[in-house]
Ligand binder design. Structure first.
Ligand SMILES: [Cu+2]
Length: 161
């Protein structure tokens, strides 16, 4: 019975089946006593590699979300994302906000800074629940503002690397 379940887990196709197999192996090895230490270490390492691969895929493929809050802040105020990430800003507050990464549209031009070679970008006023998305393809540091509230410190940074 045990053998059949183990074989079934390892034989499953696709990542989910493989992960299930790896988890099952770890569980088995954990209960198996001293003689399966090597198998346990191998299974643990494989499981970790699998999870890291999965995590990397998620980080590359997933958008990053920044929330605009009632406290007139970008949350989180600073994020680091891989090159090519689609960054999504969402206004979760009852107040209108903007995403302004264009010195010409900021109240104080020096509040906005872009990596050299990056095009300025920005949203119109966003009402509650509205989003603005921008894919960032140039590495470097983007300092942007809400042009309505930059005077009260509604500024944010996205680092693309
Ligand atoms: Cu604002």
């Amino acid at each position: 019975m045990e053998d059949r379940r183990l074989a079934g887990g390892l034989g499953g196709r696709g990542l989910r089946g493989w992960l299930a197999g790896a988890v099952w192996l770890v569980l088995l090895a954990g209960c198996g006593g001293g003689e399966s230490v090597d198998a346990s270490a191998t299974a643990t390492a494989r499981f970790r590699e699998g999870m890291e691969g999965l995590q990397g895929g998620i980080e590359r493929g997933m958008p990053a979300t920044v929330t605009m809050t009632d406290g007139q802040r970008f949350d989180p105020p600073q994020v680091t994302v891989p090159v090519g990430t689609n960054v999504v800003w969402r206004n979760a507050s009852a107040t209108e906000h903007t995403v302004t990464a264009d010195p010409a549209r900021a109240q104080t031009a020096s509040n906005v800074q872009l990596p050299s070679g990056a095009e300025p970008f920005g949203s119109e006023s966003l009402t509650q629940g509205q989003t603005f998305a921008q894919q960032l393809t140039v590495a470097g540091e983007y300092r942007y503002v809400c042009r309505i509230h930059e005077g009260s410190g509604m500024v944010g940074i996205v680092t693309v690397e």
